[in-house]
Design a protein around this ligand. Structure first.
Ligand SMILES: [Zn+2]
Length: 358
């Protein structure tokens, strides 16, 4: 849209007279009482980074304009005009005009991410989620998963420490807000995406808010989405397990690969971020001393023709690079290879009588 202005969700909510929970005012997601249902507490989440809202009680969602329009009973066009008039200090700069940063080299990204993870902790809540997938405490520690801090003040403090040692321009996830460095991303835990040499190329966030959205997102600060001096993440491929192996399993999703590799005695897993995100797959396979690729995509997805097509692309890439290819199938009651291996582990260690269905 030409000259479209993104209106801050908090401004719109305040103009609508929404009651906000004071203790959440400094959070990325501010909670408010939902005006669309019989909400007695604060189920309407106002995401200040994406300027979107969503009620966890009634499912109503939208942006600043549709929220204002619904509450005041005007159409979206009128709502937009009124908001632009009422909200002070919003400049008419299309988001795409914001300067983009060139992607920082791998060595710098690794150093920044490594130190960032050092400054963060893993909450008990997230640790429990990871234990539930079958990983040991030791492996969880080794893989360096961390929880995203919820408040702006915590993020700013951490980013300030990092910016004292590194230029953060060009490192996906970081951006300038009110003249100070901070980082983007919703609540959840961070999954480092390693290359074959153990460098952190980028990170994904396993979102706490999976419903109605994507479970996994890149730790990214795309300037086209309004992040000043931000940088968009690439679709990096995660390498986990023994990088000297002659056989690699290709699967979808870094965490899935981490779990499967753990159960298979550190077998090598090459994890694409999505079934169709194969951009970095050829160079990743080429960088490893491989003879064979084993395709281990989710079983349920093989029914989907588009996924089957993407899967045959993996086979094509493997063969084009002179590698043998073998598809791997397992008990179709278990969606992912990690689910299957965990169930098998529970069964073989006598923790369950029968292979449980997941
Ligand atoms: Zn509601």
């Amino acid at each position: 849209m030409d000259g479209y202005i993104r209106i801050p969700i908090l401004e719109a909510a305040a103009l609508c007279g929404l009651q906000m929970k004071p203790s959440t005012l400094d959070d990325i997601e501010v909670q408010a009482r939902c005006p669309f249902c019989d909400d007695k507490s604060h189920h309407l989440y106002l995401n200040t980074e994406e300027d979107l809202c969503y009620c966890h009680r009634c499912g109503t969602g939208g942006n600043s304009v549709t929220l204002y329009a619904k509450i005041t009973g005007v159409d979206n066009k009128t709502a937009y005009r009124q908001l632009v008039e009422k909200v002070e200090g919003i400049a008419k700069i299309p988001p795409s005009k914001k300067p983009a940063s060139k992607l920082a080299p791998l060595a710098l990204r690794h150093d920044v991410y490594y130190d960032l993870l050092d400054l963060l902790t893993l909450s008990d809540f997230h640790q429990k989620q990871l234990l539930k997938r079958g990983l040991s405490l030791e492996r969880i520690k080794e893989n360096r998963y961390r929880s995203m801090p919820a408040s702006y003040s915590a993020r700013k403090r951490i980013a300030a420490k990092l910016s004292a040692s590194y230029p953060l321009k060009g490192v996906p996830g970081f951006y300038l807000r009110d003249g100070a460095w901070t980082f983007a991303g919703n609540g959840g835990y961070l999954i480092p995406i390693y290359n074959k040499d153990g460098y952190i190329q980028g990170m994904q966030i396993r979102s706490d808010r999976a419903e109605g959205g994507m479970k996994y997102r890149w730790f990214s600060s795309n300037p086209a989405k309004g992040f000043t001096l931000g940088t968009k993440a690439q679709t990096w491929v995660h390498v986990t397990g023994d990088s000297q192996s002659k056989v690699a399993c290709v699967t979808e999703g870094g965490l899935k690969g981490d779990v499967a590799s753990y159960f298979l005695g550190d077998a090598l897993f090459v994890c694409v971020p999505g079934v169709n995100s194969l951009r970095y797959l050829p160079e990743t396979l080429n960088g490893l001393p491989l003879k064979k690729v084993v395709g281990a995509y989710d079983m349920d997805k093989l029914e989907n023709p588009q996924v089957r097509d993407a899967f045959s692309q993996v086979e094509k890439i493997a063969r084009q690079n002179g590698l043998l290819f073998e598809p791997l199938e397992w008990d179709a009651r278990f969606k992912g290879i990690d689910d299957f291996l965990y169930a098998r582990h529970l069964y073989s260690t006598g923790q369950v009588e029968q292979i449980p269905s997941i």
